[in-house]
Structure formats: C-alpha cells, structure tokens
Write a protein that binds this ligand. Sequence first.
Ligand code: PLP
Length: 384
Amino acid sequence: MFSAFKSRYDHFIIGYSYKTNYLPALIKKLSKMGAYSEVVSRVEYDLALKLGVEPNKIIFNGPFKSYDDIALALEGNSILNLDSFYEIELVKEYAAAHTDKNHKVGIRTNFDLTIDGETPLLDGFERSRFGFFLENGDIETAIDELTSIPNVKVVGLHGHFSTSIRSLTIYKKIIQTLCNLAKHYLSDTLEYLDVGGGFFGHVPKTMNIKDAPTFEEYAEIICSVVNKEKKNFKKEPMLIIEPGLALVADTFKFFCKVIDVKKYQDESFVLVEGSVHNIKPAMHNRNLPLKHVKRDTRYYKQGKFNVVGYTCMEKDYLISGQIGEIPKPKDFLVFSNVGAYTIVFAPAFIKERPPIIAIEDGSYSLVRKREKLTDFINDKVYIY
Ligand SMILES: *Cc1c(COP(=O)(O)O)cnc(C)c1O
C-alpha cells in the first residue's frame, strides 16, 4: 500500500489507525516500517507514547479531546485535527497561555458524499456527524476563528468517511474537495491533506465482494488529483492516509478446535472452541476463508454445515451454510482475514480471550498470553 502511493507522490505518510487493532507487537512493527500513529483518544495517544512513538509522528483525531489532550498534542507537535467548535475554544485558551510559539492545527471536514441520490455512508446514514460541515458555512467559520488567533495557523484538512462501498469515486470526491477548500482558504499555509481510511484491503474470494479497488487504483486516483493541484499551494503538501482494516485484516488467523458435531435433518452444527467475536465482531453474514485441518485419516462425509461458537447466543455463527466435508471433533479450523477490529471488539464474555502468537521469519513468539480469571475480570479495577 505504501509503495503504491509513494511511487506516485513522494510527500506521503501512512498513519495506522490504532483502534482497528491495538496489539502492541503489531503497532511496534508498523512504526518500525515508518507508519505514523493515528489515534482517536487520549488512551490511544498514551499507548503510542508508551510504545516509544515520537509525538510528532502521532496524528490525533476524534470527536472528544480535553484541554490537557490538546495541550499535550500541541506541545509535542503532533498532527492535531479538530472536530468541533468547542475544541477551537480550547486551542484559543492554550495559545493565549503559550505565546512563545506558533501552533499548528488541522480541521476535520464534512461534506455531502451522496452519489445519484444515495448515501454511501456505512449503516445508511444520510450525513456524517464528524468534523465541520461545509454546506452550512461551519468550515469557513472554523478557519476564520482559528486564523484570527495570532499564534495559530491552520495547516491541514482532514476528510475521513466510513462508507460501505469504499469506491474510487468516493476518494476522488474527498481529495478533490479537500484540494478545493485548501486552494480557497489555505493556499499559503497548507502542509497536509489527509483523506482518512476506509479502504478495502485484499478481499478474500469467499466474501464475494465485487469491484473492490486495488491499492494501485486507490493510489492512482488520489495521487493524480494531488499532483494536478499541488501547484496551487505555496509548499507541496504531505498526503496522508489512515488505513486500519486495509493494513491489518489479512495479517491474522484464528485457530480453533472442533469440540462436537450435531446433526439435525440435513444440516450439521460444528461446535468450536471459538466465537463469532473472535473472527467478525460486526457479525456480517459473509463467510471468511476457512481451512480445515483433519486429524482423522478416514472418510469425511460431504454435507451442509454451520460452525457455531461457545457463547450462549443463538446468533454465534462463525460460518453459516457451508457445503463441504463436515469436520469431526478434534479437527482444527483456521479462519483467515481476522485482523481488523477483532482484538478491540472482543468482549470479556463467557470465555477468556485467546493468546496470540506472532510468526516472523519462520520463528514463533508469544505476543499475548493466555488470560486467567484475574485478567478476565481485572481485580486491580473491580472491587470484590
Ligand atoms: C476508524 C478510522 C480510520 C480507519 O478506518 P478503516 O476503515 O479501518 O480503514 C481512520 N481514520 C479515522 C479518523 C478513523 O476514525
């Protein structure tokens, strides 16, 4: 993904979206590879610091920031994108108390993405709730207010949208709108344009998603707009993207053992030592790629089966309606493409969360230990 963009536009940064998967070993690896840290809360910011990330390589987004959060980000020269007017007041207050320095901020923008009368936003929302609205003049007001503070400059525009289609048309519209706004308001001060995340990664065939763009296609459409528009700015701006899912979805596999198999009429229920929470917390109904590791050398019957989890929820299906060789107890099932939002959305529910093993250059290391009762219900925080 990095080289697809970097080869087309040299001033380029990837900020890894922490909330997609917090595994410290993974974040450290991505930082080492040059990724910035994209965080949306103070605990995520503190995690970045704890992992040794330099503050000027942290991108601080999100709708909720306190005065202390903003102070910390400005002190550390982090990339700070403001989301609402209350944050402008906090910046004013900080800037007034710290007049020895010029402070740089960016703003998150929000504009209509409707295509042919239909909203592409995830879950069918007509309008995003994040950032400053374009059409009612909030963006202009925000820029005016910020630039009227003597020691504050607006240096960046951010436009992250979560859409279901993740299409090239969407990204073209986002980057073009950011460029148009920057030309109009920030041609002297612009330092970065940030199109956010929301990209498709490598989509497995089993998920049956047609027309998912490749990294090359995303890069081509976004970089061609920036390359065309960059002459309008005093300084060639940094282009930033903030992928989460696209970077990490295909880096994780989930291994679980088959406990039992029940049959009712023509359908089997394969119970495993795992749950839908471990592999698709969004509980979408697409099947993930599944590998069946057999422990029995004898014949396996073909048939229709579901893979179901250990929780007590009826809807705990890891796989539904698959046709193939029906697994037997003690076999293992391996699900791939489970790296996005699984670790962060795995509730402490009914059973401990599984350990995680990293494979690097053919060697194995434990990067998350097996949980015990005191990790599951942390007795440093719960009062017994
Ligand atoms: C969640 C988020 C991302 C990452 O989204 P993906 O869909 O996982 O790529 C990037 N930027 C912001 C501001 C986010 O909230």
